[in-house]
Write a protein that binds this ligand. Structure first.
Ligand SMILES: Cc1cc2nc3c(=O)[nH]c(=O)nc-3n(C[C@H](O)[C@H](O)[C@H](O)COP(=O)(O)O)c2cc1C
Length: 287
């Protein structure tokens, strides 16, 4: 079976960074994994400037050679592992810059994390990274490598792991391999797109009325059938006040009206008028 190309990104670009020995240790494990062919993506070597492209990266109209090179590098990978420190409970600026430089090249790929720091082991940086990688339509396994109090693992500039960290690295790589070979990243991005489409269409509706339960009753564009009470209220509303609502009762809504008006509990009041404080008939009925 062909191996997945795994890009291992070193998020720190500082002189004397701890990220390099940690990434070297992780790369030595990843390169022995049956599913992956490890490829180093050292942001210090890649040396991107601050984002200097005029077009949004999703159009892939890159003006600069450094962007085209970075785009080709990201494109060549099927999965990524980001090795990141934590700076002020976030992740390093060069890492954010590198993520922002391209867009489609990240899409539908997977991303695991190796983080290091003090007691929290860089986990707060990873939480922030997850938000951003999700928008880039990447999927991540829950398994991660966390190195708290990392200086105790550094001896003469090399990273000395322990049994616990080795286990965590293997578990994360196994989970990443499963995710990379599955349809899940694609499904995640489709789900994201459908949520975005649904919320965009809701925003464009001219009027939005709310049932007393708090639910919007003008969500016709979502494609789901109306609920019974939506049909009732929609049919009684003026055509301009409810987007997409029929001004005359439909067959199903009139039969529902009949069944509701024949119900003893609600006989005394019109079924399509909700009992609201602003409804004079309801106020009168309440006395
Ligand atoms: C600007 C800055 C902010 C830092 N903030 C944190 C932090 O919020 N949490 C933490 O655990 N360590 C923090 N540290 C300490 C880093 O974990 C430590 O310096 C580590 O070596 C950084 O990784 P690097 O050497 O690969 O750049 C910070 C370090 C720097 C330089």
């Amino acid at each position: 079976m062909a191996k997945h190309v795994l890009g291992i990104i070193i998020g720190s670009t500082r002189p004397g960074r701890a990220g390099k020995p940690i990434a070297d240790w992780f790369t030595s494990i990843a390169s022995k994994h049956a599913s992956f062919e490890a490829k180093g993506l050292d942001l210090k070597e890649i040396n991107l400037p601050f984002l200097d492209e005029a077009e949004h990266p999703r159009f892939k109209k890159y003006a600069h050679e450094h962007t085209k090179k970075w785009s080709a590098l990201v494109e060549s990978c099927d999965a990524f592992v980001i090795v990141t420190p934590e700076y002020n409970h976030g992740y390093p600026a060069p890492l954010k810059n590198a993520l922002d430089f391209v867009y489609r090249e990240w899409n539908h790929k997977t991303c695991g994390f190796v983080s290091y720091g003090g007691e929290a082991g860089g986990t707060r940086a990873v939480q922030q990274l997850k938000q951003v990688t999700q928008v880039l339509q990447m999927a991540s396994p829950a398994e991660a490598v966390v190195v708290p109090m990392f200086p105790k693992h550094l001896k003469d500039g090399a990273f000395v792991s322990d049994e616990h960290l080795e286990k965590a690295a293997h578990a994360m790589l196994d989970a990443l391999a499963k995710l990379t070979g599955s349809q899940w990243p694609l499904m995640c991005s489709r789900r994201l797109r459908s949520i975005a489409r649904a919320s965009a269409s809701r925003r464009t509706l001219p009027t939005r009325r709310t049932h007393r339960s708090g639910t919007s009753i003008s969500r016709r564009s979502s494609g789901r059938p109306r609920r019974r009470w939506e049909s009732v209220r929609g049919s009684r509303s003026s055509p301009t006040s409810l987007a997409g609502a029929s001004p005359t009762p439909t067959k199903s809504s009139s039969s529902f009206l009949e069944s509701v008006s024949s119900c003893g509990r609600r006989k005394d009041r019109s079924p399509w008028r909700p009992r609201t404080p602003g409804n004079p008939r309801a106020r009168a009925a309440r006395g």
